[in-house]
Design a protein around this ligand. Sequence first.
Ligand SMILES: Cc1cc2nc3c(=O)[nH]c(=O)nc-3n(C[C@H](O)[C@H](O)[C@H](O)COP(=O)(O)OP(=O)(O)OC[C@H]3O[C@@H](n4cnc5c(N)ncnc54)[C@H](O)[C@@H]3O)c2cc1C
Length: 381
Amino acid sequence: MNDAGKSDVLVVGAGVIGLSIARALHKCGAGMVTILERGSPGRESSHAAAGMLAPQAEAETPDDFFRFCRASNELYPAFCAALLEETGIDPEFDDSGTLYLAFDESDLHELGRRYEWQSAAGLRVEHLSAEDTHKLEPFVSPDSLGSLYFPEDRQVENRRLLSSLLSYCEINGIEVISGAEVVTVSGLKGIADGVVCSDGRRFSAGSVVLATGAWTSFIKGAEPLQGIPLIKPIRGQMLSFRAAKQLFRHVIYSPRGYIVPRRYGRILAGATTEDAGFENKVTEDGMTLVLDHALEISPSLESLPIQERWSGLRPYAEAGHPVIGPVGGMERLFVAAGHYRNGILLAPLTAELLSELIVNGEESMFVRQFSKGGTAKFKTV
Ligand SMILES: Cc1cc2nc3c(=O)[nH]c(=O)nc-3n(C[C@H](O)[C@H](O)[C@H](O)COP(=O)(O)OP(=O)(O)OC[C@H]3O[C@@H](n4cnc5c(N)ncnc54)[C@H](O)[C@@H]3O)c2cc1C
């Protein structure tokens, strides 16, 4: 085993979660922060995502997880503005809002149900007629029967966000080491003191954070990692169209799919939800499904060339929610994984909570609220 260096905090995984945590730790004065990445930084789920910041379009009920999503959404304008100032890279935060369309009786029923609980919870939501929906988005299918408008659901260009976070690391001396696959967390007397990589390199640290997405359950730490629920991959396939002009202004959902208009005529369409193990690839069936759902939203898309097809592995925690906090059984070992469909949305708040916990020992309201206590020493949110 060869000694490859010592840091105050080692963050394992350079997705949106690991990169955001590293930045927040640096801002909190955590000392020397190093990121270890198995492959290339920012190329897994965070790269594959659609960048929607859409708690209201995604949620089924006003539960604690929904409140957590909303709280992270509120951090987004300042998060993106700061990153732009710090790095000069614009994450293209867009607060135009989101539409949720209905095409039949059952969709209308779903719209009604969402409108009811969201307006009762004091959230901003508007019910639009078919005519008003078409006024807002003229290229939406004429078969649409109306929509809900969520003015506070937003989007960000997740790939630019990743570039901006990586640039923050470079500017501020946070080393991102690619090709470093962590296999084991090491510890002495129940306190984490570093990690060992598959090539035998050993990195020492005062604290270790696992931000390893869908691969978290592979990391060995003997006793300590037993407290983390199984995290498994759920594949999502997407494609994008290229338009000569901007056709849509809002993120547009139906109960079956969504389209996300980006700058310069790029339009994303997504996404499948598949339990296909670690097979991260595009399939013919997957593409047909995504295309069908996109064309239901707007038949005008049919004439556009397809620009890109891709897939990614969403990290799904068995608990149903992300796992964020200390890992039971080993001090100074932390985890932030299992963000499933909402990791882009939840990055700023996850980063804030973990950095406060690591640097100041402060358990935030959310970490306390979701603490299982007793034998489950990790925190779930
Ligand atoms: C098709 C699709 C659409 C999505 N759309 C949205 C959306 O609109 N909005 C939203 O909020 N979320 C969305 N998501 C979910 C979001 O992408 C994820 O929740 C988020 O990216 C998870 O971030 P992460 O950093 O935990 O994981 P990842 O981005 O997967 O990063 C984990 C990193 O850890 C590295 N790693 C793993 N194991 C090791 C190891 N042993 N040693 C070193 N490094 C390791 C990996 O190589 C990887 O780079 C979508 C996901 C998909 C697939």
